[in-house]
Design a protein around this ligand. Sequence first.
Ligand SMILES: NC(=O)c1ccc[n+]([C@@H]2O[C@H](COP(=O)([O-])OP(=O)(O)OC[C@H]3O[C@@H](n4cnc5c(N)ncnc54)[C@H](O)[C@@H]3O)[C@@H](O)[C@H]2O)c1
Length: 317
Amino acid sequence: MKRVLITGVAGFLGSHLAERFLHEGWEVYGADNFLTGQRENVELLAQIPHFHFEEKDVRFGVPFPRTPVDLILHFASPASVPDYLAYPIETLEVNGRGTHLLLEHARQHGSRFLYASTSEVYGDPEVHPQPETYVGHVDPTSPRGVYDEAKRYGEALVLTYHREYRLDVRITRIFNTYGPRMRLDDGRVVSNLLVQALQQKPLTVYGDGTQTRSFCYVDDLVEGIYRLATYEGLEGSVVNLGNEEEIPILELARTIQSLVGARLTIEHHPLPPRDPKRRRPDLTRARTLLQWEPRVTLREGLTRTLKFFQAKLGVPS
Ligand SMILES: NC(=O)c1ccc[n+]([C@@H]2O[C@H](COP(=O)([O-])OP(=O)(O)OC[C@H]3O[C@@H](n4cnc5c(N)ncnc54)[C@H](O)[C@@H]3O)[C@@H](O)[C@H]2O)c1
């Protein structure tokens, strides 16, 4: 049985990935320190055979140090804007020192290593859509720089281990992803709007709402990551994963309004500093290397996510 170590397993993406690898017949070793993750995700996974968990801060040591694994998925890191602004040092360290410790572990045991990077490495991009060859437009001095630069440093470390030690590494740059198991209070636009809608509160839109984002449903993302992690011959690859369908935030709010079916108002607030105006992945590389394509429409994905949020908030559907 193949073994995978997943850091950040109590989080949104980590828990979905763990579930997928368990269903594919892997032995899953998960670790988390619950900084932004949820214990209930681990409790859910613990019901599936071949799942093991260690509460561990990966900035200070490797989980399951005596268990060599075939693959490491390094997903531990605060991810939403309010989370990394609340934990700036932790964010820098888990992507810096944490990544370094895990890479060293991978080198000692010959494990394949997949690093969760982000579209934020492109900053406020001047090129649309963003291909992996675009080097980005990031301000290291802005508060958001902690996340963007932490991930850029993480990427540099990962690729250095590939060049210096021929370690089999892969990097995915993940664009906005949503779905069940997002925290209701994680501060991401989809969760904010869904919670406001279900609580019959005005929907907050920053600026005039013409800024666009693309949203990827979690099942599509997990499929892409599974392929990137398991396909042969992808050593050293950096691959964007996300959804190409670009939508203005105002339209997202209106879609949620129509799904919830209530008469909700939209309230405009000032744009936060350094908020990117546009962000959209170029998925050519993912299509070519992984034969992957996002399949779930925004309406369908939002409907599934809404059901999860309704259950969480105890709102009848
Ligand atoms: N969700 C997205 O849209 C998105 C987009 C781009 C990149 N990513 C990346 O994917 C990864 C997972 O994101 P997510 O959306 O699941 O976020 P999340 O906050 O739900 O999960 C992150 C998990 O990492 C854990 N963690 C943080 N620091 C840790 C540490 N030092 N030691 C052990 N565990 C630690 C948290 O407790 C949490 O469970 C992150 O690396 C993030 O940067 C996510």
